[in-house]
Design a protein around this ligand. Structure first.
Ligand SMILES: NC(=O)c1ccc[n+]([C@@H]2O[C@H](COP(=O)([O-])OP(=O)(O)OC[C@H]3O[C@@H](n4cnc5c(N)ncnc54)[C@H](OP(=O)(O)O)[C@@H]3O)[C@@H](O)[C@H]2O)c1
Length: 253
């Protein structure tokens, strides 16, 4: 799995053109969901671009009301792909942990429709229910995750279970890019606040999925492999945690 991906929520203006530009810049993971409306454009970009299919990691999600197996087939049709690299349960259903959804994804994986399967917006206890019910551990938990809202408890749990945390809204939907501490550290490294947030994820072993419509943002967000945040500065950034969520509440404690 690539260590950085492109988010595509609200990337509907010119999805195919933007995703193609991202592939040309070197992005190798694209995150989508049926309700983003970007699956057809992503499929188009993958077709048009010269990058081999097996070098691109496509993530999509089934909804809590879906029949997971049938929905996987439907979303693959929209993407014009034979398989997804990662199929997630978008969020847990209102009651229970989504064991039926999980069984549907296990079947999709067995049948080669998904290489990896995982969950999104799951708390630890719900992940444990899925594992106990089926013996299958999710490859990924995709959750809102930034220095302003993250959890050592979740990180330790996922490390122990070898579950990758994918960080959504890693740029806080721009809401906290003007934070003073972040700004001062960005100036110290000659980087932007957005680049600091992305790099912080890489150094924590979590996988950020920044979304960018604008070409200059796409480029900026990929220029994060040429510097390293020191241990002390990582501690300062970790310390910005206040359980912040740009969506409302974090789906974990
Ligand atoms: N699993 C889930 O339930 C879930 C929920 C939410 C999101 N997600 C996924 O995670 C992805 C990312 O999250 P998100 O879209 O909520 O928010 P985000 O990536 O935190 O923020 C996106 C915003 O940041 C701006 N931006 C991008 N790069 C920038 C830069 N270098 N400097 C300043 N601003 C910059 C973008 O502007 P422009 O677009 O104008 O460039 C856009 O307004 C989503 O697109 C989606 O794929 C998943």
């Amino acid at each position: 799995m690539p260590i950085l991906g492109l988010g595509t929520w609200q990337l509907t203006k010119d999805t195919a053109g933007t995703v193609e530009a991202a592939l040309r810049l070197g992005y190798r993971m694209i995150d989508t969901a049926e309700d983003y409306g970007t699956q057809p454009g992503i499929g188009e970009a993958i077709k048009r671009n010269a990058t081999a299919r097996d070098r691109i990691y496509v993530v999509t999600k089934v909804e809590e009301t879906d029949d997971a197996y049938e929905a996987t087939r439907r979303y693959l049709d929209e993407l014009q792909l034979d398989y997804a690299d990662l199929m997630l349960i978008h969020r847990p259903p209102p009651s229970g942990a989504g064991e039926e959804l999980w069984r549907g994804l296990i079947r999709a994986k067995k049948d080669g429709l998904a290489r990896d399967i995982g969950v999104s917006n799951y708390a630890i206890d719900l992940i444990e229910i899925l594992i106990r019910a089926t013996g299958e551990t999710p490859t990924v938990n995709q959750i809102e995750w930034s220095p302003f809202g993250h959890s050592d408890k979740m990180l330790t749990y996922c490390q122990q279970r070898q579950i990758v945390i994918q960080a959504y809204s890693p740029l806080t939907r721009t809401k906290r890019l003007d934070d003073n501490t972040l700004g001062a550290l960005a100036a110290k490294y000659g980087k932007t606040p957005a680049q600091m947030l992305i790099r912080w994820n890489l150094q924590r072993g979590t996988v950020p999925l920044p979304k960018a419509n604008r070409r200059e943002h796409l480029q900026e967000n990929f220029q994060i492999f040429d510097f390293e945040i020191s241990r002390d500065d990582m501690a300062s950034i970790n310390g910005l945690n206040e359980g912040y969520s740009s969506l409302g509440t974090l789906p974990y404690d």
